[in-house]
Design a protein around this ligand. Structure first.
Ligand code: ATP
Ligand code: MG
Length: 449
């Protein structure tokens, strides 16, 4: 078993012994512990790092456990049959245990040289280098391996750079992280401006951790964001989609929304929504707030939330504004409405990608609104059996709670869903009779057939 003191770089850490910190092995995923012990048995050093350690120290349940090691990705892969190497910009190993994935990263070193690569030639040139930045300072490759102290400096915020080892159950602090944790402060490691240029997503991460932990972002860390937020336009829409989902579907969407509204990052992430919020009806803005409180409470009750529902709410203000501006009154399958719905989705896709199936489901939630409020006697059961009924019904309840007058449709559907056949029959009979226009008759008016 390797000695901690022999690991290069450990000397610069403040080492906190078992009796001085609150992390208990019982709170750590058994699979993460398995990874640590197998690394150690093979002569490597493995540490828990990142959000797992931070959340344990805060008495929270970690979302996942990340491991950092001095073994290379190939060495890690060799140790775990259930693993694979992923990523290009960062090569990491995913070790899978059923539904749980333990992410194992090799200690990163300081980039060897500041190799600058033009955006145009990036693809070709990157095959031959381990680390590089483009002209904007963005790290396009970061695969230089290094010592543990260098690895700590490559992480984003101090509170995310604490290392925990099962060897003596010690905690390693390279950057006064514990003091920031006690002060409830998010502080960038190194020069914030430079670190945001290397990876602009760190601006969103700062906001996310601030929302999640109710921590303040330190002044120096917050200061460059306003002038650098445009850099997010250089980040792939797919990565921004992931960040948006993390921001709004992990249980603290209300505070994330509050922070985003005050931040210049809103234009980089959700420009159409925030532009529409300035001009839309109060109930359409209210719906968004209710969707966030609803999402947070669902997650607190360990219920799932779907990205399509989130997008249906996020894009509601721009959709409603466009409907008002074009005089489109109903949410249904008419080409006119579908065109507006598709445009709302396409406009947002310029910022974050929206996977096709999510966009499709989001549109269905909107489309069903018409059927839910009209309640044609012939279509009620088809609507109830629609795969998107539940989401559309929840959305309808939000609209009513936001102040839209929808002739008690929500109440009606609640009763219908949970009623027995007699109650359902009564509910249908009580519906206003909508006279269906008999097209055939009209066309052939006057003819005897
Ligand atoms: P959570 O999982 O609760 O969202 P986390 O801190 O674990 O938060 P991850 O995205 O899982 O965040 O990343 C794990 C760790 O990797 C982080 O704690 C941080 O140390 C490092 N890290 C992640 N993304 C970046 C980044 N863009 N720049 C620098 N370090 C990063
Ligand atoms: Mg994590």
């Amino acid at each position: 078993m390797p000695e901690l003191a022999e690991l290069p770089g450990v000397g610069s850490a403040r080492i906190i012994s078992r009796s001085e910190h609150s992390i208990s092995r019982r709170d750590i995923s058994p699979n993460a512990l398995k990874v640590l012990s197998r690394l150690s048995n093979a002569g490597f050093h493995g540490f828990l790092v990142g959000g797992g350690v931070r959340d344990l120290l805060l008495g929270e349940k970690p979302k996942d456990f990340d491991v950092a090691t001095n073994a290379t990705p190939e060495e890690v892969k060799h140790l775990f049959r259930n693993s694979r190497i992923i990523g290009r910009r960062f090569r990491i190993v995913h070790v899978r245990f059923g539904r749980e994935i333990i992410e194992v990263t090799t200690f990163r070193g300081a980039p060897e040289t500041h190799l600058t690569i033009s955006k145009k030639s990036a693809r070709r040139s990157l095959r031959y280098v381990n680390s590089a930045q483009n002209e904007d300072g963005l790290m396009v490759r970061d695969n230089v391996y290094g010592r543990i102290d260098e690895d700590a400096m490559r992480r984003d915020f101090t509170i995310n750079a604490l290392y925990y080892t099962t060897e003596g159950f010690k905690l390693l602090d390279f950057c006064n992280a514990l003091s920031d944790l006690r002060k409830c402060q998010i502080r960038m490691i190194g020069d914030p401006q430079e670190r945001y240029r290397e990876d602009p997503v760190r601006m969103l991460r700062a906001l996310r951790f601030s929302a999640k932990l109710s921590f303040e972002i330190s002044d120096e860390t917050a200061a460059p964001v306003e002038s650098l937020s445009d850099l997010l336009s250089g980040i792939s829409p797919a990565r921004l989609f992931d960040e948006l989902i993390k921001l709004f579907s992990t249980g603290y969407s209300q505070s994330a929304y509050k922070l985003l509204r005050k931040s210049s990052l809103k234009e980089a992430l959700l420009a159409p929504t925030f532009a529409a919020l300035e001009r839309c009806q109060p109930e359409d803005a209210k719906l968004l707030e209710l969707a966030f409180s609803n999402t947070d409470s669902r997650i607190a009750r360990e219920k799932s939330v779907t990205p399509s529902f989130l997008f249906a709410a996020l894009l509601w203000p721009p959709l409603r504004l466009a409907m008002r501006q074009t005089g489109c009154k109903s949410l249904d399958s008419s080409p006119r409405f579908l065109n507006l719905a598709n445009t709302a989705i396409a406009e947002q896709s310029k910022y974050t990608s929206i996977p096709k199936r999510i966009g499709y489901a989001c549109r269905e939630i909107w489309e069903l609104q018409g059927r839910l409020t009209t309640r044609g006697t012939q279509t009620v059961d088809a609507t109830l059996n629609h795969p998107r009924f539940r989401a559309a019904y929840d959305f309808l309840l939000l609209r009513e709670a936001a102040g839209e007058e929808l002739i008690d449709s929500g109440k009606w559907w609640t009763a219908y869903q949970f009623g027995d056949s007699t109650e359902r029959k009564k509910l249908i009979e009580a519906l206003p009779k909508v006279r269906r226009r008999r097209r055939g008759k009209r066309r052939f008016a006057g003819s005897k057939s």
